[in-house]
Every structure is written in C-alpha cells, then in structure tokens.
Design a protein around this ligand. Structure first.
Ligand SMILES: Cc1cc2nc3c(=O)[nH]c(=O)nc-3n(C[C@H](O)[C@H](O)[C@H](O)COP(=O)(O)OP(=O)(O)OC[C@H]3O[C@@H](n4cnc5c(N)ncnc54)[C@H](O)[C@@H]3O)c2cc1C
Length: 395
C-alpha cells in the first residue's frame, strides 16, 4: 500500500481543508447540554451544510448525490474532519450502514428513492436488528413478516435501536419463513417509522440519554418494493450491513478519538498530580504516549481496511480487528481521563470545575457500550478466530 498522496488526492485534501476552515461550527461541544432534539437538529443542519458543499458521501456514486471519489479520499475526508475539530454527522447509521447496503443490494428504484436523502439528512435511519432474545445470535430473531398481497405484514419487537426516536426509516431484519433453518428464512425490509402500528419506546441509559429504544411492530404493512434482496436471503444482506458497520464505521470515529487524545494531553497539562502538572508524571506520560500511538494505529488499520474494500468491493472479516481496536481503545482513553481528573471526572453539565462540560463523565459511561454495540468483543474474536485464522467454529 502506497501511503503517499497522489496529486489528485492532495488537491482534494487542500480544497476540503480550506472549506472546513470557513464552514466548521466553533465551540459546538457545549451543545451536548441542550435537549436531545435540539442537539440532533444542530447535527442534521451540519450534515446538510456538508451535503450542500458537496462533502457528503465522498465515495458514493455521483448519480445518487455522492461525490463519486475514491475510498482513499473518503479516508482523507474523515482525517480532515478530525483535524478541523468538526462535529459528527447526524445520520450516522444511514451513512455508515444503510446507504452502503442499498448501494450493494438495493434496486435502482431504491437507490434513487433513498440515497440522496440519507446524505442530506432529510431522512434519518435506524437499524432494527437486535431483539430481546437475539443479539450475538442474530439469526435467532423472531420478528415475523407474512405476505399479504403486495405487502408484508410485520409483527414483533426490536431492542437497542439507536436513534429510533429520531428515525424516519428503519433497516429491519424479519423472519419470512419460520420453517426454514434459522439463517435461511430471513428478509430485509425498509420500513417507514411513521407507518401505523410502529411504536417507539425510548430506553434511558446510564449516561442519562435515550440514544436507544425498544421498537414494537403490530400489523405494520410494508410494500413489497421495500424489500432489499430476495425473500429469505436476508442473512447475506444483513451480514453485508454488519461488515460495513465493523469495517468502515471506525473511520468516522477517528474524528472523536483524535480529539479525545488531544484533549487528554491538554488535560494532563492543566490538572495537578502531587503538586505538579500531571504531564510531568512519568506513568501518565507513558499512558498518554501509548494511547497516541494506538490512535495512529487505528488510522493505519482503517486505511488497510479501505484498501481491501477498494480491491474487493466489500469489507472483509478484518473489520472485526478494527472493531475490537476502536472500542477497547476508547475505554482505555476514558479510563485515563478518570485517573487524571479523580472525583472531578464524575461532574456533569456546566459546573465550571467539570472540565469540558462533563464530556469525560459522559464519555466514560458511554464507552462501556462500545464493546457490545456492532457485535461484542467476544463475538469479534470468534470471527477473527474462524475467518481470519482458520480455527474451528466457536459453535
Ligand atoms: C450502545 C449500543 C447501541 C446499539 N445499537 C443497536 C442498533 O442500533 N440496532 C440494533 O439492532 N442493535 C443495537 N445494539 C445491540 C447490540 O448489537 C447487541 O447488544 C449485541 O449484538 C449483543 O447482543 P446482546 O445484548 O443480546 O447480548 P448477548 O448476545 O446475549 O451476549 C451476552 C454475553 O455473552 C457473550 N456471548 C454471546 N455469544 C457468544 C459466543 N458465541 N462466544 C463467546 N461469547 C458469547 C457476549 O459477548 C456477551 O458478553 C446496540 C447495543 C449497544 C450497547
């Protein structure tokens, strides 16, 4: 892999850097204290600004609103967003999971109907995979859809549906053939969250947020043209989505992690330990340097993952390596912040002593979910053991 930028890539980077310098919102982080709806509306507006500037969907096809650029340029995009300290985009599941799934498996009509509105954040998406008794073993899911003329009728329950409260649409995995072996009777549907019979109940997390939700489906009618791929072949589509989640999702997180390590270093200069700046403490210095190196490794691994996708068109099981890496790294960084801050690390909100408006308290609590969402660390290690190392299956 050649890590030097081509002339075209350099031009792309310079153009983007100049654009971000004039358009990136400043001092936006305190907005996390706003009500969730107001904060989400701000992130939607930011995504819309990016879209209108031609900076959403860098590697998506131009005819569906993307920029039609290379995956390398997509990587550069995330790097430049991180450097500029830009806010994340609102439609994270639409951009990272649903869009790539529709591009890979959707019909022409679906691509035309949905992709552009994902990029502009006009339509927000959620992912309806997990159920109360189907998480790691996703293929055990029970939400069913039966055919009724030119519709499916959906009944069942999903859980941990991130942004379900904000979503206009859901990529839903349902069971269409209860008699078939569990991986063979599944189908993927695109469901309008405003359909009669859809009920969203927010779940409060230990961070105090209600990022995820329970979603109930009672006789929800979904037109057949909203099916992605063939009936009963939804497992392949769902796995495609999960591979994107694991292989490419980390790219967006580079923004957050680069900012976290920079802030940690800054924090170590301002907080005291044994009467001196914590940055003077050799143990703290070791830990910070280790994390800095690990953030750089994450960036290099992401490039390797993208390099593979450019060669094969799909993310590989190596995405599981990246998933373990980013999730466990974030937990380590959050732990160091708590060590630096001591009891102040528990302060939230606008208390002047709550460094970064309580972002470290929030970050520590939210990071616990990182090694569960998108497949737990144990499941990722099983995938690496089997598909990368060729070890026997775990079950
Ligand atoms: C922050 C967050 C956001 C989420 N967002 C979404 C979303 O938007 N949409 C969605 O559909 N889901 C979402 N999820 C759900 C997530 O995908 C599941 O929680 C995850 O797949 C684990 O499933 P589970 O919770 O049922 O745990 P279980 O599958 O019951 O696992 C329990 C424990 O057993 C271990 N385990 C299970 N099987 C094995 C095995 N074969 N070998 C070794 N260990 C094993 C697991 O590692 C875990 O420690 C989210 C979860 C979190 C935390």
């Amino acid at each position: 892999m050649d890590l030097n930028l081509t002339a075209e890539e350099q031009q792309f980077r310079d153009e983007l850097r100049a654009w971000l310098a004039t358009h990136t919102p400043r001092n936006w982080e305190h907005r996390r204290d706003e009500p969730a709806e107001a904060h989400f509306a701000f992130l939607c507006q930011w995504q819309r600004t990016l879209y209108e500037g031609g900076w959403a969907g860098i590697s998506w096809p131009g005819e569906y609103g993307g920029r039609g650029a290379s995956l390398m340029q997509q990587v550069l995009f995330w790097q430049e967003m991180a450097l500029a300290g830009a806010p994340p985009m609102a439609n994270i599941l639409g951009l990272g999971l649903v869009g790539p799934t529709i591009i890979a498996f959707g019909t022409e009509a679906q691509k035309t109907r949905y992709l552009r509105k994902i990029l502009s954040a006009e339509e927000i998406w959620c992912q309806g995979f997990s159920e109360p008794n189907a998480g790691s073993d996703l293929a055990s899911l029970q939400t069913e859809a039966r055919r009724d003329g030119d519709h499916y009728v959906v009944n069942g329950q999903k859980v941990w549906t991130s942004y379900g409260w904000a979503a206009d649409w859901c990529e839903l995995v349902v069971r269409t053939d209860p008699a078939a072996p569990k991986h063979k009777g599944l189908t993927v549907l695109l469901v309008d969250m405003r359909s009669p019979g859809v009920e969203v109940r927010p779940l409060r997390q230990m961070t105090g947020e209600t990022e995820f939700n329970e979603v109930f489906f009672r006789d929800v009618r979904v037109p057949i043209e909203n099916r992605v791929g063939n009936e009963n072949q939804g497992w392949d589509v769902a796995i495609g989505t999960l591979m994107h989640e694991r292989g490419t999702f980390g790219a967006a997180l580079q923004i957050t992690y680069k900012r976290s390590i920079d802030r940690l270093i800054e924090l170590s200069r301002t907080v005291q330990r044994n009467g001196r700046p914590a940055a003077d403490d050799p143990v703290i210095r070791q830990k910070l340097a280790q994390c800095y190196a690990e953030v750089e490794i994450m960036r290099a691994n992401q490039m390797r993952a993208f390099s593979r996708i450019s060669e094969t068109g799909v993310p590989g099981p190596e995405g599981s390596i990246q998933k373990i890496w980013w999730s466990e790294l974030n937990q380590r960084m959050q732990q160091i912040a708590q060590e630096l801050l001591g009891p102040y690390g528990q302060l939230e909100g606008l208390d002047p002593r709550a460094v970064d408006h309580g972002a470290w308290s929030y970050g520590y609590l939210r990071a616990r979910g990182n090694t569960i969402e998108a497949g737990t660390s144990e499941v990722q290690r099983n995938i690496i053991g089997h598909f990368v190392l060729g070890l026997p299956r775990s079950y």
